[in-house]
Each structure stands twice: as structure tokens, then as C-alpha cells.
Ligand binder design. Structure first.
Ligand SMILES: [Zn+2]
Length: 248
């Protein structure tokens, strides 16, 4: 089974780090004129939702649920108090998206799960660590918070089939491809390695995930085409996209 996932790292273009990144990240970040549009991230999220419906794929959206720390180094760039937060929840619900937790390490995973549940009214079954910052007690923390599937294992900048066993009820589904790979490698290389590794995963009955960030579609316009191609390759290799209505 293949899980299509999206991490939400940004909700407001007016966050100070969004402007600092214009100076530090060059072509790997948004242009100042793009940051003038208040709803730029929400619009990108909605555009992906529409696209996924056309593709008949129900993606898992991993969103933050911390009440603070939007300015700390590894924090998310929004909190549950942000103006756009309830708008985001409404938007994802309108498009029938599956919602999971994108956690940060400044608050316990359990606390973030409880907070997210209070906003969505739904159980929180899916999880990915922001920045993939693994730590020793992760599995116990996930089990305690009743998370069923975790996507935190993988490499942010390259296609990689991580191996992670579980000693609990938590199922570790490695993320085979992050869209950031397209910023650091030639697209043909990404496609080719992805297809080889996906074939291996399918042959060994291993579930994997792919992750695309809404902001990356704004930074790299060609990403839309790459996204289509990754979906096409996946179907071509015989991958079955996860459908939350059927099973975990
Ligand atoms: Zn993140």
C-alpha cells in the first residue's frame, strides 16, 4: 500500500522566518512578491486537495497542533492559535481529507494529539515528526498517544527505503520519497530510483509513503508535473494508494 501524504509547515506568509528565508534560501524558497499574498499557503493546499480528488486519492495531511513555539528553531511556523488554523481544519474537512499529526519536540506527542483531536473531533491515527527528528522514546510516545501509523523514517533529500521494526502496535511506514529530493537531484534520477525502490517495497509487501509539501509547489512550478509523474510511476508499478475507508 502507498500512502500519499502532505506535511503542513506553513500557514502564514507574514511569519518573520518566511522573510528571512528569502535572504538565506535563494531559489529554494518563495519570492518576496509571493509572500505578499495572505492566503498563498491555504490556496496551494486547496489546489492540491482538488487535484487529489481528480486523481481519486485520499491523502493523509499531517498538521501541527502545538499551542506555542512558532519562533523556536525546530518549531512549526504556526500554532493552534494562528488565525489561519481553524480555516485550515475547515478546508481539509470540506475536502474529506484524512488528518494526522505533524509533531514538534517542544510539547509531548500526547498533548499535541489531544489538541488536534479537540479541533477536528476525530481520532488521530497518523503521525510524522517535523524535521524527522527521531529520538529514543519515540515509539513509546506514539503508542501512548494511540497513533497507529508513523511516517517519520526516511531521508528528506533523497529517495530512500528505510527499515524500521516495531515492538508495539505502532506501524512504521517509511517515507520513500520527499518532494525536497527534487531540489537536490535531477528529476530523472529521482524518478528512476523511486521506481526501483517502490518495486522492491511492493515485492516484499512493504507499505511506503510519499510526501509533498504545499509550499514546494509554489517554489518550484515544475513540481506539479513531477507530482503527476510520481503518481503515474506508482500506478504503473502496481502500487495501491491507501484509502482510509477500507483499512489502515
Ligand atoms: Zn515539517
Amino acid at each position: 500500500m502507498l500512502y500519499l501524504t502532505h506535511d503542513i509547515d506553513w500557514l502564514s506568509p507574514f511569519h518573520p522566518y518566511a522573510w528571512i528565508k528569502c535572504l538565506t534560501h535563494g531559489s529554494k524558497w518563495l519570492k518576496p512578491h509571493q509572500l505578499m499574498h495572505q492566503n498563498i499557503f491555504l490556496n496551494s493546499i486547496e489546489s492540491i486537495c482538488k487535484h487529489n480528488v481528480q486523481e481519486k486519492i485520499n491523502a493523509v495531511w499531517l498538521i501541527g497542533a502545538a499551542s506555542g513555539h512558532a519562533l523556536s528553531r525546530y518549531g512549526l511556523r504556526y500554532t493552534t492559535n494562528s488565525v489561519n488554523y481553524p480555516i485550515l481544519i475547515q478546508l481539509l474537512k470540506k475536502w474529506n481529507c484524512t488528518i494526522g499529526l505533524h509533531s514538534i519536540n517542544n510539547e509531548s506527542i500526547n498533548t499535541q494529539v489531544i489538541q488536534l483531536k479537540s479541533f477536528t473531533g476525530q481520532n488521530v491515527l497518523y503521525h510524522r515528526l517535523h524535521f524527522l527528528k527521531q529520538y529514543n522514546e519515540l515509539e513509546n510516545d506514539l503508542a501512548q498517544a494511540n497513533i497507529k501509523v508513523d511516517f517519520s523514517f526516511g531521508k528528506a533529500r533523497q529517495v530512500h527505503l528505510a527499515d524500521k521494526n516495531s515492538n508495539t502496535e505502532v506501524k512504521f511506514v517509511p517515507t520513500l520519497l520527499f518532494d525536497n529530493a527534487f531540489f537536490f537531484n535531477k528529476p530523472e534520477e529521482v524518478f528512476s530510483t523511486f521506481s526501483t525502490e517502490l518495486r522492491k517495497a511492493i515485492a516484499t509487501n512493504k507499505d511506503v509513503a510519499i510526501c509533498f509539501h504545499p509550499e514546494n509547489f509554489l517554489i518550484l512550478p515544475a513540481l506539479r508535473e513531477y507530482y503527476q509523474e510520481v503518481i503515474r510511476i506508482s500506478r504503473n508499478e502496481g502500487a495501491v494508494f491507501h484509502n482510509p475507508a477500507s483499512t489502515l
